[in-house]
Design a binder for this molecule. Structure first.
Ligand code: TXA
Ligand code: MG
Length: 343
């Protein structure tokens, strides 16, 4: 299949692009779109055939449900129950934005059962990225969209990542800027009390508590130890993994540098650019996550690109020092831990 690359930003006839995209969605075609978190692989969520093609293109297990993206809340009227006051408040504060809510689905909703993987709940999100919002606005189609990567690869934060994984496998890729946040949305299960963060993201536990009060929300990990059931089906799969083994070295950077000099494998190092002088003559592939450890925003934005670059350079092992957990870096550490853990 030949994949069409479209850049809406540089086009002088945006209207005809939206018209064409609407037509493509009607024809069950797949369109990779930018969002503020990561690029998504979108299709009309109401069509079985279209949604089925998403799973095939990604090589995604069919029991892992998809997020439904929408332009305005009234589109959800016949789809999910959003009458819960907590949901209304979260929606008001954080949408459009990097937040996904798991809500009870309405009976007889017209979303493909393939998108919900047969569950009685649906995950919904109103993205804030300008291009995504315009596509949702102009087509008025509910879009099922997982991250636009091959299953098991780091999520795509740049057009080039999507192209690498899906060129030739899907009909269209919308070319846009690098994703603003770089990690996937916060997924909040709103069918429970307290609410449960099924996947940490840009919207933190503290952000949610600032709106709904202390104790209104728990992390999935806290729940997991009680029930041992992963509440977001995606949590049970190995994710975000680079080809090489990612190893955390529990000592100082100086000790790690000495150790790396003894390595005869092709080795990578993840550190910060404030250590640039220290590592400049090391015979290893060095990538900087950010200028320093405190810069979470930059680290989030760079992580997946760095993991992909290591894949391209075919290193055997990647080393890094442990990162201290803070309130702000929960999402980053969650993704790093997934990249570290092996099957
Ligand atoms: O930032 C994002 O959320 C991106 C962009 C494209 O919107 N999308 C994304 O989708 O990360 P995906 O499919 O890679 O991750 C969706 C996660 C999975 O872990 C899935 O299991 C979970 O959400 N999920 C979806 N529907 C669910 C449901 N009804 N109940 C529980 N978990 C659900
Ligand atoms: Mg994904």
């Amino acid at each position: 299949m030949e994949t069409e690359i479209i850049n809406i930003n540089t086009s002088t006839d945006k209207e005809s692009i939206y018209k064409k995209l609407k037509q493509y969605y009607n024809e069950n075609k797949l369109v990779a779109i930018p969002t503020e978190t990561v690029y998504g692989l979108s299709a009309d969520a109401t069509k079985d055939e279209a949604v089925g093609k998403i799973y095939t293109a990604k090589g995604r297990p069919s029991d892992n449900p998809l997020i439904i993206h929408f332009y305005e809340i009234s589109q959800l009227d016949n789809i999910v129950d959003y009458s819960d006051e907590r949901v209304k408040k979260l929606a008001e504060y954080f949408w459009p934005g990097p937040m996904t809510l798991i809500l009870n689905a309405k009976v007889n909703n017209n979303i493909s059962k393939k998108a919900s993987a047969g569950l009685e709940t649906l995950a919904v999100r109103m993205p804030s990225n300008k291009t995504a919002r315009n596509i949702l606005k102009e087509t008025r189609i509910l879009l099922a969209a997982p991250s636009a990567n091959t299953s098991g690869k780091p999520s795509p934060t740049r057009f080039s990542h999507v192209y690498h994984d899906l060129n030739g496998k899907i009909e269209v890729i919308i070319e846009d800027e690098q994703a603003e946040f770089g990690l996937e949305s916060t997924v909040i299960d709103c069918t429970r009390t307290p609410l449960v963060i099924a996947r940490p993201g840009e919207i933190t536990k503290e952000n949610i508590e600032a709106v709904l009060g202390i104790g209104s929300v728990k992390y999935n990990d806290e729940i997991m130890t009680e029930t041992k059931i992963p509440i977001a089906p995606g949590m049970k799969y190995r994710h975000y993994s680079p080809e090489a083994e990612l190893i955390v070295y529990h000592d100082t950077l100086d000790k790690l540098i000495e150790y790396l000099k003894t390595k005869n494998k092709k080795t990578g190092l993840i550190t910060y650019s404030n250590n640039e002088k220290k590592v400049e003559h090391l015979p290893v592939v060095v990538k900087f996550l950010a200028n320093n450890e405190k810069n979470i925003e930059q680290s989030n934005k760079n992580l997946y690109n760095i993991l992909r670059e290591f894949d391209n350079e075919k290193v055997d092992e990647i080393y890094m020092l442990p990162i201290k957990e803070t309130k702000e870096n929960v999402a980053l550490l969650n993704r790093l831990n997934k990249a570290i853990s092996k099957k």
